[in-house]
Design a protein around this ligand. Structure first.
Ligand SMILES: Cc1ncc(COP(=O)(O)O)c(C=O)c1O
Length: 473
């Protein structure tokens, strides 16, 4: 491909992207293809000869697009969003064009320094502890793995890095509601899934601090070593919130590393009214949130903050001859702040987003998303055939259809979910709350408006009515 062809198709693709986003509501939110359908339409062998961009783009439209679930559709209410926005797309495009591999300061000084500056901005805007240091990771899962590995190395005097794991008596604590990435990190870090203690939660799905302390004390009495507590601000099922000050106090009392996972809900900390959630964070050790979820910065972009950057660096540092530079110690070489050596220039898209929205623009959008959830929550509370399944904290509403006289509510709600998702009009996912099948609706997609939320609610009520009628007929 030469420059002229690149220019031609580049312009065409920008038009395609703008049209796609403008007309996104014409697509079914959730892809409707059957398993293996896309795979079977693709040739079994790679092409021997170069193909034209026309052919490739034609196949993209015909074969690939039907198998895409449209995460940027404003009626995407599933999981937590992975939001993009126009400024982030432009940043991502430039990032790809520069193609810089930002493993150390020397390989792109602007990448290292912009990353430091932008994460300092967010630290200030979210009132995170002023002396903490930030680094961009690919995902929250990786950041949590970094936290557990740092806790392990700090506790062992960096000896496990040297000698390997000889004892496996470390214990990690989190609530029964925490994300599966904690379990994964515990497995990878060699701690062993059996040493992950899932602590009970209260009626608001917050970790029970008394139960946590009892687990810690029992473990100490049994000769086990409490290593790390992981708290959550915004659990995946219900956006429950653990009390950070209580976790920090226990961390201090028992000399245990405390990591806070705020992957989705962390963005809400740009609103002063949510700052109370991180009271006591200065006594914890690390904190993670995902701009790629609710801060309109397309996947992937995770912000990880640590109190003791030396401990993080010591955990991950490597220094082969070919990576030595004259600037050692003077600059941030982020290769030592996490797992991969190679790093993308992710700070660029985050910088574009923060500047183009402005902090006030970001705050306005987050508040609006929360107001949509508040509205829906009220509708559900007032409807005789629906019920709220968990307290609403941010922009997630957990509910179920509970028509009077029906008993098997799990299967009714499962049917309702399938029906709604197959309609293509919206995409919702489910969870279990206290063992009961529960629908989740997250009103946090970049472009979601009241029209989408009220439209979804109308369709939910209507679909429930139709299902009931069909069962009686
Ligand atoms: C609370 C929580 N933590 C961690 C994660 C994992 O995020 P990531 O995909 O960035 O690893 C999620 C994903 O939804 C989450 O909800």
């Amino acid at each position: 491909m030469d420059k002229e062809e690149f220019r031609k198709f580049g312009h065409e693709l920008i038009d395609f992207i703008a049209d796609y986003r403008e007309n996104i509501e014409r697509y079914p939110v959730k892809s409707q293809v059957a398993p293996r359908e896309i795979f079977n339409r693709l040739p079994p062998k790679a092409p021997e000869e170069a193909e034209s961009m026309e052919e490739i783009l034609d196949d993209f439209r015909q074969i690939i697009m039907p198998g895409v679930t449209h995460w940027q559709h404003p009626s995407f209410f599933a999981y937590f969003p992975a939001n993009a926005s126009y400024p982030s797309l432009l940043g991502e495009m430039l990032m790809s064009a520069l193609g810089a591999q930002c493993m150390i300061w020397d390989t792109s000084p602007a990448a290292a320094e912009l990353e430091e500056r932008v994460l300092d901005w967010l630290k200030h805007e979210m009132s995170l502890p002023g002396t903490w240091s930030g680094v961009i990771q690919d995902t929250a899962s990786t950041a949590t793995l970094c936290a557990i590995l740092t806790a392990r190395e700090k506790h062992s005097g960096y000896q496990i890095n040297q000698k390997g794991l000889s004892t496996a008596n470390y214990r990690i604590y989190c609530s029964s509601e925490t994300h599966s990435s904690i379990e994964k990190a515990v497995k990878i870090a060699g701690i062993g899934r059996g040493n992950l203690v899932l602590v009970e939660v209260d009626e608001k799905f917050s970790i029970d601090l008394t139960a946590l302390e009892n687990h810690i004390r029992k473990d100490i009495a049994d000769g086990l070593v409490p290593l790390c507590i992981i708290g959550t601000i915004g659990t995946t099922s219900t956006t429950g919130v653990d009390e950070v000050s209580g976790l920090s106090a226990l961390g201090k009392k028992y000399n245990v590393f405390v990591h806070i996972d705020a992957a989705f809900a962390g963005t809400a900390l740009i609103l002063p009214e949510f700052r109370y959630l991180i009271q006591g964070l200065e006594d914890a050790d690390s904190f993670v949130f995902n701009p790629h979820k609710w801060m309109f910065t397309n996947f992937d972009c995770t912000a990880y903050y640590v109190k003791d950057k030396e401990a993080l660096i010591r955990t991950f540092s490597i220094l082969p001859e070919y990576l030595k530079t004259d600037n050692q110690g003077l600059v941030n070489d982020y290769r030592d702040w996490g797992v991969p050596l190679g790093r993308r220039f992710r700070a660029l898209k985050l910088w574009f987003v923060i500047r183009r929205f402005g902090m006030e623009g970001l705050r306005e959008k987050i508040r609006y998303h929360i107001s949509l959830a508040e509205w829906l929550e009220q509708e559900i509370v007032e409807h005789p055939d629906f019920e709220l399944m968990a307290p609403r904290e941010f922009s997630l509403v957990c509910f179920r259809w509970s028509p009077s006289g029906e008993t098997d509510l799990d299967s009714w709600n499962e049917k309702l979910l399938q029906h709604l998702n197959q309609s293509g009009a919206m995409y919702l996912t489910h969870t279990k709350v206290n063992g009961q099948y529960t629908l989740r609706i997250v009103t946090a997609q970049t472009d979601v408006t009241m029209k989408h939320v009220s439209g979804a609610w109308e369709k939910i009520m209507d679909a429930a009515l139709q299902l009931r009628k069909a069962s009686l007929a």
